[in-house]
Design a protein. Sequence first.
Length: 709
Amino acid sequence: MLSRRYAISLLGSGLLAAATGELPAANFETVAPFDDSVAVWQMSGLQDTEGRNQLTVVGDVKVGRKLSTKEALMSRSNGGDGIVAQFNGGYLNAGQGTGGDLNLRGNELTVAVRLRSLTGVWGKPIFNKRGNHETLVFNLFSFEHAIGFELGIANVAGVSQVLVPLETIGYTAWHTVICRYNGSLLQIIVDGVVMDEASPSGALRTGNRCPVLIGAETDDAAIQAGWEGEIDYAALWNRSITDAEVERLSGGARTIAKYYKQYKEAPVLPTRPDLYHEKYRPQFHFTARQWTVHLLNPGQQEEGWLNDPNGLIFVNGEYHLFAQRWAKCWIHAVSKDLIHWEEVLPAFWEDDRFGTGVQSGGAVYDIHNTSGLAHDAAHPAIVAFWSGFDNISQCLSFSLDNGRSWTKYAANPIFLHAERDPKVFWYEPTKTWFMVLSCHGSYEFFTSPNLLHWTSIDCVIPNSFECPDIFKLPVDGDFSNEKWVLVRGDGNYSIGSFDGKSFTEETVQYRSDEGPNFYATMSWGEIAHQPGREIQIAWMRGGEYPEMPFNQQMSFPCDLTLHRTTNGIRMYRKPIPEVEKLHLHAMTFDIAHLSPNQVIPLNVHGGLYHILAELHINAGATVAFDLHGTKVLLTGASVACSCSPVDVADGVQTLEILVDRTSIETFINNGQVSISACYLPKTDNIAVTCTAGTAVIEKLTVFPLRSIW
């Protein structure tokens, strides 16, 4: 049997699951949980327990509702008095408090609320002194599927954040939520269990004159409310409350032990029979799976969500695809052919020391063991670079077993510099590592001999935002004439030269893809036995997948090449030829002379297609490929798909389209123009029509495709 003192120490380190026997109840009479509080509102009336800090009711809030006998007993065992406020979209305003009591100072803070949702619908503010991210002091809020807490530190931009998935703790149960900060550690504790931690450091932000609100928040000057639920009490301390006080407010050691088992033990669940075959699951584009939950419509940070591709690398015959789960972890998948993917458990997780986030970045194979991270130089390390959620800590993790397990570098952060998304590459002429870092609207370059120690160099590229990628390509396949390409997060690229000292832009920025769903690009390069090959993938940001256990998808991998055109050197994007592995029997269609409003049905089935066409579109004509209700529109000099028409400098000559369950990717003239678009199918049909003028389809082949799953 564990002693009460030992149970408390386990709580403080987030390890109460070690309790294996029955724990004695806490002696509640010896613990006064609200001692030295700034304010405690027990919701029997509008004043706090000291009669100083008055609340004002705004909208539909009913204060003083008595709980049932059973619920009242639960309330009193968790620090309440059995009386609650019921929120029906309204809120309570505490202002600045009497004499400015609620304008907190110092290095410590605790916020505690006992609450439950009446509807199971969250996504609204709970208890805060907000304003905006640069003035915020504290903010207890909710996403649709998570409860979070944000803390503002003096002279530090932005906020530190901790989060708890509602799927873990339950959407409608009563919860005691405690957020405490002791000057160097921020914790969110639910029902006595430490659920998330971060490590900001410093005094609380001061000067915020926004009111303290319960059930609402200030967003700059506006007030947003709308939460529906009950609050037993809301309390605020200008100190970090003790473990004993946390235990008192959380129902005692027995209760905490029960919740620890419930919240912290999340085994990998058996896969559902329809995994990868759900209604809107793309069948040849990568999407993420869920491991420990079965949750529909996952949001940011939740299992099944993905965004930016990260750390694309080819090692020992295997392609590695990493992707964001919105700074929660790096999703990880491997492939032998860039077509068939196997998702493995996430590579590494958020780091509480750096703002609870593992943001985007790149990876390299330290083949010369310049870092010394490999104990055996014959088995080099894969080194992944990422930024903390504080947007200043640049960090690394490394793997010595082909990416199957990861170690966070003990001396993280390797350096401090705003902002994020480090891309690292090797420059052979000087045998030096270089890093490109996104820095508040520009890219900055750094150099290192060993991946561990970095020095800034005099190279700043303006008008550049997020997720940098850089590589060199031969022009028209001529390796004696190579150019460097710098790609921004939005897909814009410029062409230039790099001499080991700086990157010099030689062009303006061009669009690499014209579609509405193309962001955060990354590429595989340095592929063994494939010199000069660079393969790009992007997050197809903004797709919709209603009632699915996943959210968002990657674009299909595309080869990048440089070509001379009538307008100068440009980069082309073309689907990788490995797509042929998915081809079923080709369906060819005869030469077609299209007259106005003529429709040619393409009687193919299955919903997954690779379409290849050669065509001549006369002046004034428009050809439409109707794909399940979404149209690719072509004139002799333009193309559009869920976007405004895009000019094609050399005229539309060839067409290539990839159609998956929720995406259409269009390529003109072997990749001279590409358009990536998400959609939801409205019909089962595909057809070609000439909506105006005349045109000739000189060659048309449709390959139904196999699923990669």
